[in-house]
Write a new protein. Structure first.
Length: 115
């Protein structure tokens, strides 16, 4: 599966963005999909995940309550709605599709939050 992340941009603190992770090849419906982020000078960290049919969602403490992960398998897309953004949320956001021991990364999309 090949993934394409989009939706990043520049936003003021307190604002919102919705990121999208679409499969350009293959289908996402058979995968758990997760979002990770990597801030400048820091390691990549997990942000959120959603199981194959959206039955369960998981969030890192750093984003819990401000972020919602969802998926539309008919559109082969997973979304990350981010609200109440903070400058600390500035990072390149990556999506990943996971099934068993297989992990496929998409390219990142940059989110910049200005104070």
């Amino acid at each position: 599966v090949q993934l394409q992340a989009s939706g990043g941009g520049l936003v003021q603190a307190g604002g919102s963005l919705r990121l999208s992770c679409a499969a350009s090849e293959g289908t996402l419906s058979g995968y758990t999909v997760a979002w990770f982020r990597q801030a400048p000078g820091k390691e990549r960290e997990y942000a959120a995940a959603i199981t194959r049919y959206g039955g369960s969602t998981f969030y890192a403490d750093s984003v819990k309550g401000r972020v919602t992960i969802s998926r539309d398998n008919t559109k082969n897309t997973v979304y990350l709605q981010m609200n109440s953004l903070k400058p600390d949320d500035t990072a390149v956001y990556f999506c990943a599709a996971i099934r068993g021991s297989s992990l496929y990364w998409g390219q990142g999309t940059l989110v910049t939050v200005s104070s």
